[in-house]
Design a protein around this ligand. Sequence first.
Ligand code: HEM
Length: 337
Amino acid sequence: MSPPPPHCSALLLRIAPLLLALLVVSSAGPAASRLTADYYAKSCPRFQQIVQDTVTGKQISTPTTAAATLRVFFHDCFASGCDGSILLSAAPLSPPPERDADINLSLPGDAFDLVVRAKTALELACPGTVSCSDILVVATRDLVTMLGGPYYDVFLGRRDTRISRASLVAGLLPRPNMTMSELLSLFAARGFSAQEMVALAGAHTVGFSHCKEFSSGIYGYSKSSSFDPTYNPRFAQGLQKACASYGQDPTLSVFNDVMTPNKFDNMYYQNLPKGLGLLASDRGLYGDPRTRPFVEMYARDQDRFFKDFARAMQKLSLYGVQTGRRGEIRRRCDAVN
Ligand code: HEM
């Protein structure tokens, strides 16, 4: 077959992202297919700008916001769909919300503060129009881009849930001490392949983890070694020092990517073969033959990582969304109307 004429390949290049986007939306179920890229174009034309301004201001004043928000987005979408359930605070006479589940207690307040700020600005510009779940999706995308990661289109029109239960979260979110088979099935249950799981885990190129999340790998690991031998020994010794007093000070924490902690890049994957993965689940990605080839590929090829991460984030942002008559547009993000 002869190659298409130049004007035709230029056109193909231009529409490729659109085709890809259509593919992602159509593979995500009927509710997700009702979302559109320009959902607020008429009802709140300044939506994207308002979120971006809020995000920029917050990230400059508090640089931990980006990783915090990325994790909150993950916990919202992965547990029960991207429906803003994670944003609800405890309310009198209601059972404890997702946010109060054990695994969510370490979610940093700055991410919630960011969403509240954006919502306040949006309520002034276009009252009762923009959902909190859409704000979280767009803010996360803008922050990933701000840290040097890929830009990707997101689809809008999610509605916010009225239900959020701490008791439903247990077992739905990954924990670092899960086996690779458990992690793979958790992701597979939501339609994510091993490759997509590895791409999403690249989010650990930013942010930090508290010592208790990896302490079992650095203290009293076995009879022959105090630390897990999949660690680089010098790194493990450094971690032992950094976390020495975590019993008295549970806030002690370490960067997920020790080499370039504040940059969204593929260094996370380059670290793994060197034993510089912080969590057992990070090092496990390199240790398991089902995931290792993808770690190696992303370590070699940052463009490929960015492309796959962007696509997997688009897919995750469509998971379990509510549209139409389901859910509501919350007036404030931490409480149902
Ligand atoms: C593969 C399974 C995963 C496990 C077991 C896992 C586990 C964890 C743990 C234990 C922490 C530390 C929390 C703390 O101490 O405060 C953490 C941090 C983080 N996780 Fe994951 N995670 C996984 C996947 C993901 C995914 C898919 C994303 C996003 C798409 C993500 C984004 C983050 C971010 C950005 C942080 C840093 C948060 C901050 O600095 O405030 N994680 N993760």
